[in-house]
Design a protein around this ligand. Sequence first.
Ligand SMILES: [Zn+2]
Length: 80
Amino acid sequence: MGLFRLLFWIAIICAAVWLWRRFISAPKAARQAKRAQEASPMVRCAHCGVHVLQTQALKQDQHWFCSQAHLAQGTQSGDR
Ligand SMILES: [Zn+2]
């Protein structure tokens, strides 16, 4: 039964490599994403009220905006 044992060990090694690669790559990306979220808190757009990351938001005076267009339009939302 030498061939069976050889195939058995190949299967074990393949599974180990797959698990190792999955363990190395996946949590690293998740950790980086989590750290990015922790580093940049969410802020609310003063124009449309959508929540954006502080790093991606634009600040004018005391107000945050989700985009340059909303910063230009200001804090008033019901202007029609
Ligand atoms: Zn907005």
